[in-house]
Design a protein around this ligand. Structure first.
Ligand code: 5RP
Length: 264
């Protein structure tokens, strides 16, 4: 790995433990004004200090996130279809040149394995990898779930291993039964999406299961920014990822921070 690539990977994954707490707030690229992200200047900017890396679109960065934050940015560069259409019909909408201007630490591209647009999305990924490798910029492959796909270990292993074989430096996928087996088959760091909002303690359990089974961290969105106390939630998730806290300890931390904030 060249120095620049290694340096960027070390900004995303903390060198002392190889783990990351990524905050995913890129949902607007296909969902528009997602609940919790309507006013990102107010809701997200204060959370950035607790994230190891921010997964975001260039528009949200420009309008809502202060450039004074020293947070590594994982720039979402694939998109094109709204939630009203076939989500797998994506192209690359953000050039690597613009990603470099933004000072992105990495770029994220979705692949939809098993969908009618499988090849198109895999080509989006490989084109971006070819460019990213030239400049030492890691590409994160998001294994978006193709229509009618069974969300099991076999499917997520297929998508994740393909992404790694094609050159993705990081894979983002979903947690599933048998996740530890997936980790054995994927030779690059794997981060896990949080998925739909679930009760806070369940989301902490998910984060705990991910790292216990070998993930390098989470790239969590809705379970943080739609939490009843997003700041407490991201800190509690961090406690699991970086301090190996148990779910009970992280839950205790969440409740303590939440009541302290309520007093302010
Ligand atoms: C969409 C994405 C999102 O960043 C991802 O879904 C993570 O967010 P959440 O934890 O809300 O699922 O990559 O393709």
């Amino acid at each position: 790995m060249n120095w620049g690539m290694q340096n960027r990977m070390s900004r995303i994954f903390q060198p002392h433990d190889g783990r990351t707490t990524m905050l995913a707030v890129d949902h607007g690229y296909f969902l528009g004004p997602t609940s919790g992200l309507e006013d990102m200047k107010t809701s997200i900017d204060p959370l950035v200090q607790y994230a190891d890396c921010l997964m975001v679109t260039r528009g949200a960065l420009r309008c809502s996130i202060s450039p004074d934050h020293n947070v590594p940015v994982m720039l979402r560069v694939s998109g094109g279809s709204s939630v009203l259409k076939d989500l797998s019909d994506e192209e690359i909408y953000n050039s690597l040149e613009d990603a470099i201007r933004i000072n992105a630490t990495g770029v994220a591209v979705s692949i939809f394995i098993g969908s009618a647009n499988e090849r198109q999305t895999v080509t989006n990924l490989t084109k971006m990898i070819n460019e990213g490798e030239r400049y030492g910029i890691p590409v994160l492959a998001v294994t978006a779930v193709g229509k009618d796909m069974v969300r099991d270990e076999r499917y997520f292993s297929l998508c994740s291993r393909m992404a790694a074989e094609l050159g993705a430096r990081i894979v983002k996928t979903y947690y599933c039964d048998g996740f530890a087996d997936l980790i054995k088959k994927v030779p690059v760091p794997v981060v896990v999406a949080g998925g739909k909002k679930i009760p806070e303690k369940d989301a902490l359990q998910l984060a705990y299961n991910c790292v216990s089974d070998g993930a390098a961290g989470v790239d969590m969105g809705r379970n943080i920014f739609q939490s009843e106390c997003p700041s407490a939630m991201i800190q509690a998730v961090r406690h699991i990822i970086h301090d190996n806290a148990t779910v009970d300890k992280a839950w205790e931390m969440f409740n303590t921070l939440k009541s302290e904030m309520a007093k302010k």
